[in-house]
Design a protein around this ligand. Structure first.
Ligand SMILES: Cc1cc2nc3c(=O)[nH]c(=O)nc-3n(C[C@H](O)[C@H](O)[C@H](O)COP(=O)(O)OP(=O)(O)OC[C@H]3O[C@@H](n4cnc5c(N)ncnc54)[C@H](O)[C@@H]3O)c2cc1C
Length: 119
């Protein structure tokens, strides 16, 4: 269950593709967002708002399993330090995974949703 009051938008600042199935990315850090080393948050994407969809799905078709307007959230460990100004995440790519099959196409300036309740 996602508490809408905790949802904030963060912006992708950089992305590094390490292998076909592993990438990392940094994002802005919302003011006042505090966490402890080792905690995880829930990240969300709305596929229709990712740049690769805006540019590639010109015929309006949706070949994904999820609706393009459906927000998908998954747990992600924060790998950056609590003292850094940016947040950093590492992600595997699961073939046909609902979330990572979208997340792998992240580009700088894309927006990602952050449930700012850390666990
Ligand atoms: C506390 C916590 C922290 C997490 N931190 C991270 C993180 O830092 N980075 C990260 O990439 N992921 C992390 N995960 C996993 C992440 O939340 C997603 O489950 C993962 O990204 C796959 O989501 P998906 O929607 O693409 O796949 P789904 O559509 O949920 O799954 C598709 C299929 O792939 C299988 N599957 C799911 N994950 C894996 C996997 N890792 N290896 C093999 N098969 C799998 C599922 O069982 C299912 O059969 C974390 C999970 C938890 C619970």
């Amino acid at each position: 269950m996602t508490d809408a009051s905790n949802i904030q938008t963060i912006k992708v600042l950089s992305k590094t593709t390490w292998t076909d199935s592993l990438f990392s990315f940094t994002t802005t850090r919302p003011q006042g967002f505090k966490f402890t080393a080792g905690q995880f948050v829930r990240l969300g994407v709305n596929p229709s708002q990712l740049r690769h969809h805006q540019s590639s799905n010109t015929d309006g078709t949706d070949d994904d399993k999820h609706s393009l307007d459906e927000e998908i959230f998954r747990a992600y460990s924060i790998v950056s330090s609590p003292y850094e100004d940016e947040l950093e995440f590492f992600s595997v790519v699961i073939p046909d995974g609902a979330f990572t099959s979208q997340l792998q196409f992240l580009q700088v300036e894309d927006e990602v949703l952050l449930n700012s309740q850390p666990f």
